[in-house]
Design a protein. Structure first.
Lengths: 157, 157
DNA sequence: CAGTATCCCAAGCGATACTG
DNA sequence: CAGTATCGCTTGGGATACTG
């Protein structure tokens, strides 16, 4: 009867995702990797994270397939390792953007946000919008309805 | 020279937002409150969270202005307290949706996602999209450019 | 440079008992 | 019912030293 019993914490996609990225550092690591910070020491320095923690976060992200470690060699230089987002990792970028957008609006000072994200092709600022399959735009405070999906454990009787 | 020095961890909107919601429980509390679970014991039972932790999370969310506690009284019943999202709190819903969307795609089993979110007005499923101010849709793996914003501490010289 | 290993502390969390 | 208080465990995290 309560539609939200479908939302049991075990299978909920939000819960599962947060298990992966819901700690103090992981999202920031992803942010930096997405922004082209690719080497271990560079990440450690820029984030101010302890090296062992960075190591374990990168390992988890790599296990989950969000980040891959590859070797590369600049001409004449010795081999180096770098981290890059995989496909699934890049698909997290919209998550980073919405979070940033919310923070820009509600947590940045009167000076405005410290960073602006633009569409690289046209230079216009980027934003996220909520739309439905009928093409309606839902705005910031959308009217939503939840229903059990195909993977629901709740019988629809 | 490095555009990402603008992204110092102190002012970054992602970092600031994650300080607020970047732990194991807060997002799930927000999810439940957004879904109409409004009373303390109901939240505690549904989430399986320890009561003291729930208490402290609600306090933090309330301090931050994402959630407000109000008293209400059903006719004939005694007074009760309930939590509701404030305006800024409701603006976090798109964050919940993108996270859920990503988890649906990458972390749910072959059965599919346990919950589907629909536009309440038309019943069509909801999704988030990245667009730029020029109206281009950017897709899952967008080509982005970062620039220091007005609140950047980095001189633009 | 790119990590891993160790040590220790602080925060987060769960269980439980208690109060209005 | 709606919380707060207390306790002890467990995890996360910082500093530092060490290895290939």
């Amino acid at each position: 009867m309560n539609p939200f019993s479908a939302y049991d914490s075990g299978t909920c996609s939000i819960a599962r995702t947060m298990e992966l990225i819901g700690d103090r550092w992981t999202i920031l690591v992803l942010r930096d990797v997405a922004n082209g910070v690719r080497r271990f020491d560079e990440l450690a320095g820029h984030l101010g994270i302890a090296r062992n923690v960075l190591s374990s976060r990168l390992a988890r992200l790599s296990d989950a397939g969000l980040v891959e470690r590859t070797a590369y060699r600049e001409p004449g230089a010795r081999e180096r390792l770098e981290y890059r987002l995989t496909g699934p990792g890049r698909e997290l970028i919209p998550v980073l953007i919405v979070i940033m957008q919310w923070g820009d609006r509600h947590l940045s000072g009167p000076e405005g946000p410290p960073v602006v994200v633009r569409h690289d092709d046209c230079g216009a600022p980027v934003r996220t919008t909520l739309t439905c399959a009928e093409g309606h735009e839902l705005g910031d405070r959308p009217r939503l309805r939840l229903e059990p999906g195909p993977g629901s454990r709740v019988r629809s009787s």
